[in-house]
Design a protein around this ligand. Sequence first.
Ligand code: GUN
Length: 282
Amino acid sequence: MTAVMLDGKAISAKVKESVKAEIADFIEKTGKSVTLAVIRVGDNPASEIYVRNKIRACEAVGIRSLSITLAGDTSENEVLDKIQSLAADKSVNGILVQLPLPAHINENKILLAIPKEKDVDGFHPENVGDLVLGNPAITACTPSGVIEMIASTGISLCGKHAVVLGRSNIVGKPMALLLLQQNATVTVCHSKTQNLSEITAQADVLIAAIGKPNFVKKEMVKQGAIVVDVGINRTENGIVGDVDPAVQEVASYLSPVPGGVGPMTIAMLMKNTLIAARRQCE
Ligand code: GUN
């Protein structure tokens, strides 16, 4: 079997195209613009690229963006002040603080300071709580993008065994909850999981988000599985995912790195910003 590639660029382009049309419609009907504020603290080179891509996507779909870059030694209180002023600004619909933050800043405190209704990342504890409870919620962009990618295959997740590798707050945990919402049977594996290969080999759908280059080998994957690679690992050989490319010999679908999940994350951020703007008008 040779896997069909899940083309994140093409799928995300469709999502952005529809968001662009919906934003134009929103602006026409309400007379209001849609604005996303993105805060970056410090000079993490990866964050710089991610934020640049987010701002570019805003331009492409008609979202006004505010890009705020703060020095790496900015105090936690200064970041909180900035968030508070954006929270109070009625013209700002979404606030995103790019992670990771410098070590002297408490990430939880920062994420809690972003009002739930402007939290386009879906990281606020109340938004996470809504996801757990199955209430309508703004959900984390990367896992939402993975769901959209799987949906593009036309294959239902209902009753499938989905195995998530990784339990981060940004990807693994919300991923598991979104898969559960789609009625998949979900197993979450992590660094302490025993007999990992036995579990991955039972997966109809395998999502890798552990940050270990080429960790998932073809021997660990069930014939015909859908495999989504969320890893972005910088190596001597360039950027590689968590999944060994040879997995394409056994998978039915495989998302490549780069060009897979990455562009989906940004498209879902655009969608979340539109959802936030709409809710603020209700
Ligand atoms: N860092 C890596 N992924 C993300 C994301 O989805 N949102 C934010 N805010 N920071 C990140």
